[in-house]
Design a protein. Structure first.
Length: 80
């Protein structure tokens, strides 16, 4: 397997793990605030738990962040 294919496979795997963890431990509430733009940051807030979500005015939707993927990548790099 080529190195680029290997890294692509690893990225897809890490993305799947991050999505699964976000699904298991992330916010699943549906009561979101209106869109706020304060000090250059645009976001919405969950009215149930207080978690904030970055919001794109270009796409008019919540920006989904994969916050766990970089941490999982670092964990993988330590074991190589």
């Amino acid at each position: 397997m080529l190195e680029s294919e290997e890294s692509s496979l690893c990225d897809r795997f890490m993305g799947a793990i991050a999505k699964a963890l976000d699904y298991a431990f992330g916010c699943h509430h549906e009561h979101l605030s209106r869109v706020f733009t304060i000090k250059g940051r645009t976001y919405r807030v969950c009215c149930d738990c207080g978690k904030d979500f970055d919001y794109s005015l270009r796409t008019m939707s919540i920006v989904r962040r994969r916050t766990l993927a970089p941490r999982l990548w670092l964990l993988r790099m330590r074991h190589i």
